[in-house]
Unconditional design. Structure first.
Length: 100
């Protein structure tokens, strides 16, 4: 699977999270996932909450439109972003195009 896929509700993305990674950043990763650096520690779901907020910010949607659907305790997570799939896919592609 690629780092993102369109769904009937919007977009599903795969993210490799690094808690305690300094400041929050969502970056292009491999062809299979994005990279998320999170300042939050993986305690009591704080890193997962930070990931949801980070994804919502980068995709320009409210937090309620971002759902962590898999990988709650894993490094690789699957997140859905509700909205227009084509517009969200353009944002995802732009994140990869901005990679060095």
């Amino acid at each position: 699977m690629s780092a993102w896929a369109a769904t009937a509700r919007g977009l599903t993305i795969a993210v490799r999270a690094t808690p305690r990674g300094g400041r929050d950043a969502l970056l292009a990763g491999t062809g299979e996932h994005f990279l998320a650096r999170l300042a939050a520690a993986p305690v009591d779901g704080a890193a997962n909450d930070a990931l949801v907020a980070l994804v919502a910010h980068h995709f320009g949607v409210p937090r309620r439109d971002v759902t962590l659907v898999a990988g709650h305790r894993a490094r690789i997570k699957r997140v859905t972003v509700a909205g227009d799939a084509a517009a969200l896919a353009e944002i995802a592609a732009a994140l990869y195009a901005a990679a060095p």
